[in-house]
Write a protein that binds this ligand. Structure first.
Ligand code: FCB
Length: 443
C-alpha cells in the first residue's frame, strides 16, 4: 500500500493531527434516555433518509467509546473533535437536564484526557431536540436563548477541560441546506425560512460565545464548511451565478462572524425576510474569536438557471474524479480557501482544517478495508494544507473526517467516511488501510 507523501516531521512543531466525529452520527440515540431529535422524526418520513435509516443505534459509541478512543490513540492522533447532543442533555430542549446524558459526556471527556488526547468540542452538530423543532427550530429567533441555556450547562460541566470549543458545526448546512434545499432536517424549501435560519444560527453562535466568555472559557472558535465555486461555463451568467453561490455558501457566515457584515449580493435576496434588528444583531454575531475551523470536501460547477427561484443557480456534474458521494476531488480548493480566509476574513488568527475526508465505495469485499481512494484523497489534501502553511497561512491542525463509518445523514449508513470500518450487524470495528497509512505518517 502506497504511504502518504508527507509525514509529521514535514509540518511545523506542534502541528495538531486529529480526527473528527459527531454525536448523532455515532453514539446511538436510543441509549441513555436522550430526547427525540428532528433527525429521528425526519428519518421516519418517506423518502427523506435513505432506507429510513436513523441514529438510534448508529455505532453504539455510547457504550463503546473506550474502544473508539483507544483506536484514536493507537493511530497517533493528538486531538479528537467530537460534539454534544442537545437532546441527550436536555431531552425537551429547555428545562430538565438528563443526568445520564451529562454524565456520559463527563466520562467521555475524562477518557479522552486519560489517553492524553486533546478534546475539541462542538456544541451543536445538527440533532435539534424535536420539542425545539416543533417551536419552529432555527426559524424561531428565541432559539438563540434556548441554545444559550444548553451552552451554559455544557460549558459549566466540561468547559475547563476542553482544548477548544466551537458552538455550531457548519451554519450553512443548519440553515441553507436544511431550509432552502431541504436535503437535511427539517427538510424545508422556503426562502423565507432559509433567511430566518441563516440569521438565527449566527445569532445563536453569538449568544453561545457570550455565555462561554461569561464563564471565562478560552479558545473559542467556529466551524464553517466551504465549497469552491467554479462557473459551469464561461458565460457571464454562469460566472455571476458562481459568485452568488460563493457569497451564500462561503462568504455569508464567515463575513458575519469575522467582519460583522452580510455580503451585499446575499442581502439582495434575503433582506426582506430578516428581522428589523438584523444590523444590531451583527455586533453579537461578530464577537471576537480565537480560531476558525474549515471543513472542506469538494468544489461545485455552478450554472445560472432562470427557471429556479432566487438565487437562480443549479450545479452541474464536473469532470474530475469523484468520491462515493459523487463529489469531485479538488485539493487545490483547500489551499486556496485557507489563503483566502486568512487574508480576507480571519487575518492572522489560527486556522484549522476541522474536517476533510472521503466516502469510498465498498462495491467489492476487498474494498472494505483496502480504501485506496481515501488514502490518495488524504494524501492530496494534506499536501494542499502543507502548501498553505508554506505560503504563510497560520494553519495549526488538520482533522480527518471521520474516525469510523457512521450515520451519514440523508445517505444513511450507505456512505462510508471512516478510517475504521464498522460492520453494522455486529458493530465490529476494523481499521482500514487508510488508518494504517495515517498511523505511519503521523507516528
Ligand atoms: C460534513 C458534516 C459531517 C459529515 C461530513 C461528510 O458536512 O459536518 O457531519 O456529514 O460532511
Amino acid at each position: 500500500m502506497k504511504p502518504l507523501s508527507l509525514k509529521r516531521s514535514d509540518f511545523p512543531n506542534g502541528f495538531d493531527f486529529g480526527v473528527a466525529s459527531s454525536a448523532y452520527q455515532i453514539e446511538g440515540h436510543a441509549f441513555g434516555s436522550a430526547g427525540e431529535t428532528h433527525w429521528d422524526s425526519f428519518a421516519k418520513l418517506p423518502g427523506r433518509v435513505l432506507k429510513q435509516h436513523n441514529g438510534q443505534i448508529a455505532c453504539d459509541h455510547y457504550h463503546k467509546y473506550e474502544e473508539d478512543l483507544d483506536h484514536i490513540k493507537a493511530a497517533g492522533f493528538d486531538s479528537y473533535r467530537f460534539s454534544t447532543s442537545w437532546a441527550r442533555v436536555i431531552p425537551e430542549g429547555v428545562g430538565a437536564v438528563n443526568s445520564k446524558g451529562l454524565d456520559f459526556y463527563d466520562r467521555l471527556t475524562d477518557a479522552i484526557l486519560e489517553r492524553d488526547l486533546k478534546p475539541h468540542l462542538t456544541l451543536y452538530h445538527w440533532e435539534l431536540p424535536q420539542a425545539i423543532a416543533e417551536k419552529g427550530g432555527w426559524t424561531n429567533r428565541e432559539i438563540a436563548g434556548w441554545f444559550g441555556e444548553f451552552v451554559e450547562i455544557i460549558g459549566h460541566k466540561l468547559g475547563d477541560r476542553m482544548a477548544s470549543i466551537a458552538p455550531i458545526n457548519e451554519p450553512w448546512c443548519v440553515s441553507w441546506l436544511s431550509h432552502a434545499l431541504g436535503h437535511h432536517a427539517p427538510g424545508k424549501q422556503d426562502l423565507k425560512l432559509a433567511a430566518l435560519s441563516m440569521h438565527n444560527v449566527l445569532l445563536a453562535h453569538g449568544r453561545a460565545v457570550e455565555v462561554l466568555r461569561g464563564q471565562n472559557q478560552t479558545n473559542l472558535g467556529c466551524v464553517c464548511n466551504l465549497e469552491w465555486s467554479h462557473p459551469a461555463s464561461q458565460t457571464a451568467q454562469d460566472i455571476e451565478a458562481a459568485k452568488l453561490y460563493d457569497a451564500i455558501y462561503n462568504r455569508f457566515f464567515l463575513e458575519a462572524m469575522f467582519l460583522g457584515e452580510y455580503p451585499e449580493p446575499v442581502l439582495k435576496g434575503i433582506e426582506r425576510f430578516l428581522p428589523s434588528s438584523w444590523q444590531k444583531d451583527l455586533s453579537i454575531i461578530s464577537a471576537p474569536l480565537d480560531w476558525c475551523g474549515i471543513n472542506y470536501y469538494t468544489c461545485k460547477r455552478v450554472a445560472h438557471d432562470a427557471s429556479l427561484e432566487w438565487p437562480h443557480v443549479r450545479d452541474e456534474i464536473g469532470p474530475l474524479e469523484k468520491t462515493d458521494m459523487g463529489w469531485e476531488i479538488y485539493p487545490k480548493g483547500l489551499s486556496d480557501f485557507l489563503m483566502w480566509v486568512n487574508q480576507k476574513i480571519t487575518k492572522g488568527i489560527p486556522l484549522f482544517v476541522t474536517e476533510n475526508g472521503a466516502a469510498t465505495s465498498e462495491a467489492t469485499e476487498h474494498q472494505k478495508l483496502n480504501d485506496h481512494q481515501r488514502i490518495s484523497y488524504i494524501d492530496a489534501h494534506l499536501g494542499a494544507a502543507h502548501q498553505a502553511i508554506k505560503s504563510g497561512v497560520p494553519l495549526k491542525g488538520y482533522y480527518m473526517w471521520s474516525l469510523m463509518d457512521n450515520f451519514e445523514w440523508a445517505f444513511g449508513y450507505d456512505k462510508r467516511f471512516g478510517l475504521i470500518h464498522v460492520d453494522y450487524s455486529t458493530l465490529e470495528r476494523r481499521p482500514k488501510a487508510s488508518y494504517y497509512a495515517v498511523q505511519t505518517a503521523i507516528a
